[in-house]
Design a protein around this ligand. Structure first.
Ligand code: SF4
Length: 198
């Protein structure tokens, strides 16, 4: 007789190559090309990132996944202190869409968003009960966010990486990843998500 498989919760055991391969397999279906484990001590949280959200970003105070709806830098530091391992997710897209708010851009954002949340779910089911996603850019699941009214898809609501005041470039340097600004229309740009793991 077949019994239901019970997965034990993980307790600071890192992540196996087998699970990483499964994650990568799934992530490529969502336009994410790399899944890189790293120590959370490499995550840089900076006040200036929060400043850039508050001043100069059109999304400020318009989306549940951006400030001021998301935790402030002090709170973020405390949250990150509760983790030791994270996964960096890397995707890439063509530059012409970056500053546009068109269907193609939104489709890419939604794909990446759903992919990241589904990887988090996969990790939870593999025993990583603390797994929590921070997604690249801001939530575009709805054409216009319901903020400040109730979120329409609360189960998929997560903060964006940037809203967590994470200095993405500084963090990438710490992880040993070189990156450049895509300054020409024909360049591709990379986008990054993080899953706080354990
Ligand atoms: S799911 Fe919709 S309402 Fe909720 S944060 Fe995303 S865009 Fe806003």
């Amino acid at each position: 007789m077949e019994t239901n498989k019970v997965v034990r919760f993980n307790d600071d055991k890192g992540i196996s190559n087998r699970l990483l391969t499964r994650l990568l397999d799934k992530s490529t279906k969502y336009g994410l090309n790399e899944v890189i484990p790293f120590n959370v001590s490499k995550i840089l949280v900076a006040e200036w990132v929060h400043l850039k959200c508050r001043y100069g970003c059109t999304k400020y105070s318009t989306n549940w996944c951006c400030p001021p709806a998301t935790p402030n830098p002090d709170k973020v530091r405390k949250i990150i202190d509760e983790y030791s391992l994270a996964l960096l997710l890397v995707g890439s897209a063509k530059c012409p869409d970056f500053y546009r708010n068109n269907k193609r851009k939104r489709a890419m954002q939604v794909r990446c968003w759903k992919g990241t949340v589904s990887l988090e779910r996969m990790l939870f089911l593999a025993g990583y009960y603390k797994a929590f996603s921070l997604v690249g850019e801001c939530c575009a699941l709805c054409q216009t966010c319901a903020y400040p009214d109730d979120c329409r898809f609360p189960q998929e609501k997560r903060p964006s990486v940037e809203s967590f005041s994470i200095d993405v470039i500084g963090t990438l340097k710490n992880v040993g990843i070189e990156t450049t600004v895509a300054s020409n229309a024909n360049d591709s740009f990379a986008y990054y998500g993080i899953i706080l793991l354990e």
